[in-house]
Every structure is written in structure tokens, then in C-alpha cells.
Design a protein around this ligand. Structure first.
Ligand SMILES: NC(=O)c1ccc[n+]([C@@H]2O[C@H](COP(=O)([O-])OP(=O)(O)OC[C@H]3O[C@@H](n4cnc5c(N)ncnc54)[C@H](OP(=O)(O)O)[C@@H]3O)[C@@H](O)[C@H]2O)c1
Length: 358
């Protein structure tokens, strides 16, 4: 049910980063949400106009330290867009004060704190004692977890690679159309996936005119995908090979999932029809006709994921391609989609679905 107290007040913590900037921008054009607090660290004291002088409109606010009492006085909902390990230093205090929280980091993507420690334990050496919140947090993949998101206090948005990969994989796994063994995810992303902080490998001189694989053995998103795929599809445990590549583009992500069909005579047309049925009521995901393959440009600056399904009778494999904008459907757009669901609003409210093309 839609609350009578509109628009809803939202705090964005990490406003100066890529995720924060996108979140504020989306909320600015959202009729039911309003940004009422900006939080950060190095940018504390900066006015929004200084952070985003290229935008016509924006909140008349300065970035403040993310003091939980000050946030609770200003807002009802919080989007945390912080480096891994930082959200868990804030979320418990925000929840205690009755706020609902959407986190873009990996801090609450694992129901078992121990799993997070194994994958992210070296990040910022944060000591955590919030195992209960890890168990409570709801994985914010709306297309497969809507009922839980509706009532959640704490939503953990998936990573950008897991969003694309799970949208491609889950319709197959849920129906037992693919064997859980030997699945390979080959993915490409642009440099904004690494955030706004300066890093040598993201310099134009390093990343320009180059395609570079990284994290080939045990990228941190692998475990998140293995756990969430098995949980959301109620399948037996999975082991995935995930190979990401950095491409010389700013935004955009393409994940191609390869798996062995359990019935090798399943055609691409049958598979595509199954995918269309799966996403029929989900306005942020579309399935292309068989033989049409998605481009990251077709989803740039949108909250839409575009999928395409192929089958190779020669190898008995299914191949699913998923393209999305890592900063929108892979991050800030997904956060706003989750806020919409938490507030009983339509999924795509305030979210662009058509790209500015080319
Ligand atoms: N980029 C993507 O494609 C993508 C996709 C999905 C998920 N994610 C996840 O989303 C989160 C944000 O990513 P991003 O790319 O937006 O990062 P980013 O551009 O590096 O921004 C990080 C933000 O965190 C703030 N910050 C850092 N330390 C802080 C602290 N101690 N207290 C308060 N604020 C602090 C920074 O504020 P100051 O400038 O004020 O220091 C900055 O605004 C990360 O966890 C990332 O893994 C990213």
C-alpha cells in the first residue's frame, strides 16, 4: 500500500561517488521520493552543486558526516553507496533508529557473516558483530525476491555482475533446464565498475585500447553468485567459473553464461519462450528475439536488462547473454527499484527504460 506521507525522505550516503551521484540524480526526477540528506567522508562540507555542477537541478544540501541521529532526523529511508566494509559500520545504528536501508555494497549480500569474511575479510579490516543482520537482510534482486523486498528493513542490492549473471542463469536453474555443473560466466565491464576513486589500472593510459581479464580464479562475485543462484533457484550447490574482463568503455556490462542443457533437444525458441514467460511481469527485463544479441549501448543510462538466449545443438549448450548498465540496473537504478517496491510503488517509477541512442 502506498503511504500517505509523500514524498518519502531519502538519505544518500556516499553521494560523491558514482553510485551516490546516480542515486541522487534518479531521485531528483522521482515524483514520490526526495533527497533530504547527503553523507560522505572526504567530500564533507561540499555543496551538491560543487559535486555535480553539470546538473541543472539537485538538492540544496551540503555533504555531512553520516551521523545516525542526524540521518534519522532528516530521512525515513537510506541508500548506502559506500566501499565494501563501510556499510556495516552504519546500518545497525540506522535500523535501530527505525530507518529502512538499501545497501549497494557487499556487506549484507551473504546470509552467513562467515561467508562475507571469507570473501571480503581483508577489506578495511572491519570487525563485525552483526551476524543477525546478515541473516535478516534481503537480497535485492526484484525479479526473484519481490515479496521479501516489499517488507524488508535492510535490502542488500546484488553486485552488477551478479545481477546480469543471475538474470541469465536463474530461469534455467529454477526449471532444471541446465546442469548445475560446469557453468561458465564470461563477462565484460567498463571502468566505472571500479568506482570513482583513482586507481592505476583504471587510468585511460592503462585501460584504453585494451581488453584485460582479471580475477579469473575466485573473483569475489563468484561466491555471491554461487550462493544466491542455489538459494533463489532452490537448486543443489553450484560451482561457477566466472571470468570478468575490463573493456575501454565507461559504463555497461555484458555477461554471457554457458551451460550444458539437461535435455539437448531443447531449442532456442523454446528457451526464449520460457525466458519471456519468466520476465513477463517484470518491466525492467526484456528478452530479445532469437538471433538478436544485446549491446551494452542498448541499455546505456537505463534500468533495463536485455537478455538473449541461444542453443547450440552441436555442443548441447545453452548460451544466455545479458546486457545492463552497471551504474543503473547494476547499482543505483536497482536501489531505486527496491525503494519503489518497499514503498508499494511500481518497479520502474522514476527509472529510465529507453536509452539515449547511440
Ligand atoms: N560502480 C559500480 O558499477 C558498482 C555496481 C554495483 C555495486 N557497486 C558497489 O557500490 C558501492 C559504491 O560504489 P561506487 O562505485 O559508487 O564507489 P565510489 O565511486 O568509489 O564512491 C564511494 C563513496 O563512498 C564514500 N565514502 C568512502 N568512505 C567513506 C566513509 N568512511 N564514510 C562515509 N562515506 C565514505 C565516498 O565519499 P567521499 O568522496 O566523501 O569520501 C564516495 O562518495 C561499492 O560497495 C561498490 O562495490 C558498485
Amino acid at each position: 500500500m502506498v503511504s500517505a506521507l509523500l514524498p518519502h525522505r531519502v538519505a544518500v550516503i556516499g553521494a560523491s561517488g558514482y553510485g551516490g551521484l546516480q542515486t541522487v540524480r534518479l531521485i531528483q526526477s522521482h515524483s514520490q521520493l526526495r533527497v533530504t540528506f547527503l553523507g560522505g567522508h572526504g567530500s564533507v562540507g561540499s555543496h551538491w552543486r560543487e559535486l555535480a555542477p553539470f546538473l541543472e537541478t539537485g538538492p540544496d544540501l551540503r555533504v555531512a558526516r553520516p551521523d545516525p541521529d542526524a540521518i534519522a532526523a532528516a530521512a525515513d529511508l537510506v541508500v548506502l553507496s559506500l566501499p565494501n566494509g563501510r556499510a556495516s559500520t552504519l546500518a545497525p545504528a540506522l535500523l535501530e533508529r527505525g530507518l529502512r536501508v538499501v545497501d549497494l555494497s557487499a556487506d549484507y549480500r551473504f546470509a552467513q557473516l562467515e561467508d562475507w569474511r571469507q570473501v571480503y575479510g581483508s577489506h578495511g579490516a572491519v570487525e563485525r558483530a552483526d551476524a543477525g543482520l546478515c541473516a535478516e537482510a534481503v537480497y535485492g534482486l526484484p525479479e526473484f525476491n519481490r515479496p521479501a523486498i516489499t517488507t524488508a528493513r535492510l535490502v542488500a542490492c546484488p553486485g552488477c555482475f551478479p545481477t546480469a549473471s543471475l538474470l541469465a542463469l536463474l530461469p534455467l536453474l529454477k526449471e532444471g533446464l541446465v546442469l548445475p555443473e560446469g557453468i561458465v560466466i564470461d563477462a565484460k565491464t567498463g571502468t566505472s565498475g571500479g568506482g570513482r576513486e583513482a586507481r592505476q589500472h583504471l587510468l585511460l593510459a592503462e585501460a584504453g585500447e585494451a581488453v584485460v581479464p582479471y580475477g579469473v580464479e575466485g573473483h569475489r562475485h563468484t561466491r555471491e553468485m554461487e550462493i544466491q543462484a542455489a538459494t533463489l533457484a532452490r537448486s543443489r550447490p553450484l560451482r561457477l567459473q566466472f571470468t570478468p574482463h575490463l573493456l575501454p568503455m565507461v559504463r555497461g556490462l555484458l555477461a554471457t553464461v554457458y551451460g550444458q542443457l539437461s535435455a539437448s533437444d531443447c531449442s532456442a525458441a523454446q528457451l526464449a519462450s520460457h525466458f519471456r514467460d519468466t520476465y513477463r511481469d517484470h518491466p525492467c527485463v526484456d528478452v530479445l528475439p532469437v538471433g538478436v544479441y544485446p549491446s551494452t549501448k542498448w541499455v546505456r543510462q537505463t534500468n533495463r536488462a536485455l537478455l538473449s538466449v541461444a542453443a547450440n545443438p552441436h555442443t548441447g549448450q545453452v548460451i544466455v547473454m545479458a546486457a545492463l548498465d552497471n551504474l543503473l540496473k547494476g547499482q543505483a537504478g536497482q536501489a531505486v527499484q527496491c525503494l519503489n517496491i518497499m514503498l508499494g510503488l511500481p518497479d520502474p517509477m522514476g527509472l529510465p527504460l529507453d536509452p539515449f541512442y547511440p
